[in-house]
Design a binder for this molecule. Structure first.
Ligand code: SAM
Length: 232
């Protein structure tokens, strides 16, 4: 038994080293922060401390499979920094922004970003607040894990995504059910056809289930004056 467990630990380390490359030491530092101060300050449950690599670090970082080079990503409801910080560590080409509404979580995020010396900006606010939309809107991608049911999440976050961009919602076993149940709410929020994809099939077990919601391109409604001009 001990032998099997030891082998599994070795495998996770090898996978994590491949995932984070020369930033693996920083990923290790973040895991230590989560397991220590993160647990003490209630950012992460004590039961999670022993499975941070698989269930949190790798599970988050595999989302990178869906992110084009250099895109601007806003992680909404980032909490302890998930999935935003592992993504930033695995993909330094991305421009990462973290948003959370709770002061003590934002304080934690700012401390972690400073400690790891990451080029990430941290914002405090509610995703659905018009001031947050003005400040942070127009991103290529919004990510969210364990923040709200899909319909509500889409109404909060799609206005923060540029037309043609995407919301990537990490969901567990409820992904299919939520996609069907909330289809109308997603459409009303400006979402296009929803797709469910699995990331990291060779990296994490089970793979990370992601609900992908594209933001529909804005329909151009021509004013009567513009229409007359065009028809001339
Ligand atoms: C259950 S935690 C999940 C945290 C992290 N994404 C994770 O997977 O570990 C939900 C987080 O969403 C934040 N949150 C909830 N509603 C929000 C909103 N409307 N705008 C921004 N953040 C919100 C909460 O403060 C909390 O940190």
């Amino acid at each position: 038994m001990f032998h099997v467990k030891r082998q599994a630990e070795v495998d996770v380390r090898a996978v994590a080293e491949a995932m984070f490359g020369d930033r693996y030491p920083l990923a290790e530092q973040y895991v230590e922060l989560l397991a220590g101060a993160g647990v003490r300050r209630g950012l992460i449950g004590p039961g999670e401390a022993g499975r941070l690599w698989e269930r949190h670090m790798l599970n988050s970082a595999v989302l990178g499979e869906l992110l084009p080079e250099g895109c601007r990503v806003l992680d909404v409801g980032s909490g302890a920094g998930l999935p935003g910080i592992p993504l930033a560590l695995a993909r330094p080409d991305l421009a990462l922004f973290l948003l959370d509404t709770m002061a003590r979580r934002v304080e934690w995020l700012r401390e972690v970003v400073a400690e790891l010396d990451l080029a990430i900006t941290v914002h405090r606010g509610r995703a659905e607040d018009p001031r947050v939309r003005d400040q942070l809107g127009g991103k290529d991608v919004v990510t969210a894990r364990a923040v709200a049911p899909l319909g509500r999440l889409a109404s909060w976050t799609l206005p923060l995504v540029r037309p043609g961009g995407r919301l990537l919602a990490i969901k567990g076993a409820t992904a299919d059910e939520e996609a069907v149940r909330d289809a109308l709410a997603v459409q009303a929020a400006g979402g296009g056809p929803v797709e469910i994809v699995h990331c990291g099939a060779t990296i994490v077990r089970p793979p990370t289930t992601v609900v992908v919601v594209p933001r529909r391109a804005q329909r151009v409604t021509r004013t009567p004056r513009a229409r007359r001009r065009k028809d001339r």
